[in-house]
Design a binder for this molecule. Structure first.
Ligand code: NAD
Length: 361
């Protein structure tokens, strides 16, 4: 059966890695009809927004998309297209498996953990006020009236909303995921010792949900201690559930445990829609030079194939990636550098995809 999928190449290394991914998926035996849609800075001139309405419409209509990364200007400029997509389709669960692969170049072995990141609220909600915004003065009055310590004049303010509903559905997702995938433990990650209202709520709800799953072990960890534990012995962790910002940061940390950002796939899941994408960004430092590692994007496609019910094709893709890395003769510069301290003998993005295709059984 053929599946209609939206393909958003994105920018930076996006077009290179999505081309590689598409070739591998097409060779896997899965029948995918690709509907290419655009997003990113180049669209602003054309339609006045980095996320064109026709792209949103297509994702809404087809319900499944895979995308390359999209650059977001730092400090000023338009808001993240990635965050906008997650909010537009209420893609509340960001699922990022981090698994050691042979020859991944990492100093850690046997890592097998899954990040479940809340994707719609927290400091990522985008509720922000510049220092001169009139709302800041109003907030200052509110804080003073509440009897809490006032913040400094001239402060910028970002609001951190964490809701009971948002916390309950992400922690429930993490436990359901654990059950469905034969996982033993869920760790809730927070900073509830300091942010008693927001992270305190997240932790309280996590404990309540955990009580409904006696077959799955539960623990909670403060985010800083969790980071230390992850780099000390990542094999102690299984499924981690985190509010949005900690999830973002800990995802990159965990990517580092399995060979780097080029190796870490991901999925953004909502009730009616799913958008698959690697954990990494648009890597402008290597864009357009056939240097990017497409593994993360190809493994994101394997997650998409599972989601579409194409489990055999998904398994074939994973096995081919594993075999290519294990063989070690066709690996990209990031992996070669991690393995040997030099990028000599590395292959490009397209050649890596060719090697994976050769290994497809
Ligand atoms: P980045 O993830 O793009 O790059 C960090 C480092 O990792 C760079 O040295 C880069 O070369 C390397 N890297 C990343 N992916 C790689 C790959 N596949 N193969 C080999 N090396 C790889 O992070 P950044 O530089 O902080 O962000 C660049 C832009 O991407 C920013 O505008 C940011 O907002 C955006 N971004 C987008 C997404 C997304 O589209 N979902 C996610 C994160 C960041």
């Amino acid at each position: 059966m053929a599946h209609d999928v939206v393909l958003i190449p994105g920018d930076g290394i996006g077009p290179e890695i999505t081309t590689a991914m598409r070739r591998v998926v097409d060779a896997s035996g899965a029948q995918i009809v690709w509907h290419v849609a655009e997003a990113g800075a180049a669209q602003i001139e054309r339609v006045g927004t980095p996320l064109p309405p026709e792209t949103l419409e297509l994702v809404r209509e087809l319900g499944v998309a895979i995308k390359g990364p999209v650059t977001t200007p730092v400090g000023t400029g338009f808001r993240s297209v990635n965050v906008a997509l997650r909010q537009a389709f209420d893609l509340y669960a960001c699922v990022r498996p981090c698994r050691s692969l042979p020859g991944d170049g990492s100093r850690f072995r046997d890592v097998d953990l899954v990040i479940v990141r809340e994707n719609t609220e927290d400091l990522y909600a985008g509720i922000e006020f510049a220092p001169d915004a009139p709302e800041v003065a109003e907030l200052a009055r509110l804080v003073e009236a509440s009897g809490q310590r006032p913040f400094r004049a001239g402060s910028a303010i970002s609001v951190k909303p964490i809701s009971e509903e948002g916390s309950r559905r992400i922690v429930t997702y993490a436990f359901e995921y654990a059950r469905a995938h034969g996982r033993r433990k869920v760790t809730a990650v927070h900073k509830a010792n300091i942010m008693k209202a927001t992270d305190g709520l997240f932790l309280r709800v996590a404990r309540e949900v955990a009580a409904l799953y006696p077959d799955i072990a539960f623990e909670d960890k403060i985010v800083d201690a969790c980071c230390m534990g992850l780099v000390q012995d990542p094999t102690r962790f299984d499924v981690l559930v985190l509010p949005n910002l900690y999830g973002d940061i800990v995802s990159d940390l965990c990517a580092g445990l399995v060979g780097g950002l080029g190796m870490a796939p991901g999925a953004n899941i909502g009730a009616d829609c799913a958008v698959f994408e690697a954990t990494h960004g648009s890597a402008p430092d290597i864009a357009g030079r056939d240097l990017a590692n497409p593994t993360a994007e190809i493994l994101s496609a394997a997650m998409m194939l599972d989601h579409l019910g194409e489990t055999e094709a998904a398994a074939r893709v994973r096995a081919a990636v594993t075999a290519t890395l294990a063989e070690g003769t066709s690996v990209t510069a990031d992996v070669r550098l991690a393995q040997t301290g030099s990028a000599e003998g590395a292959v490009g993005t397209a050649a890596f995809a060719n090697a994976v295709i050769t290994h497809l059984a």
